[in-house]
Write a protein that binds this ligand. Structure first.
Ligand code: GCU
Length: 337
């Protein structure tokens, strides 16, 4: 109850601040920007967002300013996306998985085993002809993408069961992001999907409401899921990036120069993230195994890859998603991925 009261008060204050900043458009509108996200302050994404803020403030000689709200203080991912649509929040970092229910284009990232490996993923994400289609897909619903942050590949982790192939998925209740593609993926793999917000995963694993979750390695340590999960399986089933998105009207109210600063700073934060992300995942794997006692297992991915092929076929045949699939997979859209 208290959480909702605090949230209500915070959002009311933000709306008030938003109304004040709406008034100041003559010389652009770069003051008092609000950036909200759901990771703790020791998470690599938070460090990259601090870098983004620093770059914006430095490049504008302090004319543009930004305040960061971490830890889901302003709401879970769905809530902050909605706040970014209305302009109560200016910028947010959310998973592409959470954006999928706002714009279908983002569901491409949830499609399991789309990319061969992270190199292929990064190559596609460095091509503006591909990313612009994704980033601009939400213009008409109030926000645009600025850049992405690598969030590695997602794997399965369980409270107490070792999963070797899809047969072991039977009856396994797996938390997924609130995304239709993730639900379909766990169903195709033979498990039982349970969509819920990220902030609820720790207690749900602890109490046994769910048997498993799937995410990148930092979740074990940064959100302490390794305390309540005994096994990590390298299924590496999806590469779902974190996205930096911004309220479209706020961006439009800026001067050309201010907009350029936003875009250049986002690019600088993306490059910075590459370094901190790699360091953080290596450290997380070590800490989870050596200090939290999580057992790591390699799996034979072939039964996983085979089970999700119908999802690829469905996406290729979809009117909106077929062209997006082709954009990412180029000429080899009919080949096995
Ligand atoms: C990743 C991502 C978060 C997201 C989470 C999830 O950790 O960085 O932004 O909330 O996945 O599974 O919901």
């Amino acid at each position: 109850m208290r959480k909702y009261f605090v949230l209500f008060v915070s959002v009311s204050i933000l709306l008030l601040l938003g109304a004040c900043s709406n008034a100041s458009s003559a010389s652009g509108d770069g003051h008092n920007m609000i950036l909200a996200h759901n990771h703790p302050t020791d998470h690599p994404v938070h460090k990259s967002l601090e870098k983004f803020k620093e770059e914006v403030e430095e490049r504008s000689d302090g004319e543009m300013t930004m305040t960061l709200y971490a830890n889901g203080q302003l709401g879970d991912e769905r809530e902050v996306i909605e706040l970014t649509q209305t302009g109560a929040v200016d910028v947010t970092k959310v998973s592409a998985g959470a954006l999928e229910s706002f714009r279908p284009e983002y569901s491409i990232f949830g499609l399991p085993y789309l990319f061969e490996d992270t190199d292929e993923f990064k190559e596609k994400m460095s091509d503006p002809e591909i990313t612009d289609v994704i980033y601009n897909s939400s213009e008409d619903i109030g926000f645009v993408g600025l850049t992405y942050f690598d969030a590695g590949s997602r794997s399965l982790y369980t409270r107490d069961r070792v999963v070797e192939d899809t047969e072991d998925m039977s009856g396994l209740k797996v938390r997924v992001q609130p995304s239709a593609t993730s639900v379909a993926m766990i169903e195709a793999l033979g498990g039982t999907p349970t969509p819920m917000a990220y902030g609820e995963v720790y207690t749900s694993l602890q109490s046994g409401i769910i048997d498993a979750a799937e995410n990148n390695l930092t979740s074990l340590v940064s959100s302490k899921h390794g305390e309540v999960a005994d096994h990590w399986m390298y299924t590496e089933h999806a590469i779902v990036p974190d996205m930096l998105i911004m309220n479209k009207q706020r961006l439009d109210r800026m001067t050309e120069e201010q907009r350029q600063i936003i875009h250049d700073s986002a690019e600088a934060a993306n490059a910075f993230h590459e370094v901190v992300w790699n360091e953080a995942t290596e450290a997380a794997a070590e800490e989870a195994q050596n200090e939290m006692g999580v057992e790591f297992h390699e799996v034979d991915k072939s039964s996983f890859i085979e089970s999700v092929q119908p999802l690829h076929d469905e996406m290729k045949a979809d009117e909106t998603m077929g062209p997006i699939y082709d954009l990412f997979k180029g000429g080899d859209s009919d080949e096995e991925s």
